[in-house]
Design a protein around this ligand. Sequence first.
Ligand SMILES: [Mn+2]
Length: 311
Amino acid sequence: MEITECAEILKSQNDILLITHVRPDGDTLGSASALCHALRRMGKRAYLFPNRGVTENYMDYTAPYVAPVDFRAKFTVSVDVADIGLFPDGFNGPVDLCIDHHPSNSGYAAQTLLREKRAACGEIVLELLRAMCGDVDREEADLLYIAVSTDTGCFCYANTTAETLYAAAYLVEAGADNKGINKKIFRTATKERLALEGMVYTGMHQYRGGAVTIASVTLDMMERAGATESDCEDLSALAGKVKGTKVGVTIREMEPGSCKVSVRTGTEVNASAICAKFGGGGHAMAAGCSIEAGCTEAERLLVAAIDEVWK
Ligand SMILES: [Mn+2]
């Protein structure tokens, strides 16, 4: 679907409900909130479906857009939601329009605006708002800057393109508070998060001469650090920071005997193939799975799986 086509559809609708994904990140929340703000600027009733997973960092930004319990939607739009399995708790569909950038998008919506090469949904929504309203205002610029910067690790990850940087430049010119947002999201951490990181780094194990680094986040570590869920964003990036690592694995104990695993790789090894051994999947360089075992046993199983996949 063309951007202009999508803009026309939204212009013709009212009472619009915007859906963000489960365990919402800055991209889904920033993109959906910016779209919501722009729709209201056009005189429409628009709200975000109340997502229970919004972490503290994003609450102030999304609060003005959350739907009241009696809101009756006539048109539903999902933003950054690749599949129905990622719907937020309490939402079951259907979805009229999906705006997304995940190559894995399953096509569950009646219509889909998909741009697989875009690093963030925020880039797509920026284009959409420019087509719909001609510009973005300061509030939308902040929200879209959050979207674009968070999905690219503040423009550090390999998904960052010239288009991403043009989008960021446009948003800063439109009044986005890039300094304040960068400080708050990328340069500030709770002391609980930092204590947890310290334990994770200290407890890492390496295999195959340091090419495989495995980090564990146990319930005991969480308790000793006094950490909560909002202290746990992006923990899967830590293992890959160790020099020489080609496969970075993070094992997170969710409850005793049950772990969530995330695998990050370079081009040498397929992360998805490793996770497929445990019924999981994802992208070639970033994948995940669950293992019903404690962290120590999960680590043993993962080392064996990596040896099978990476001969
Ligand atoms: Mn995204």
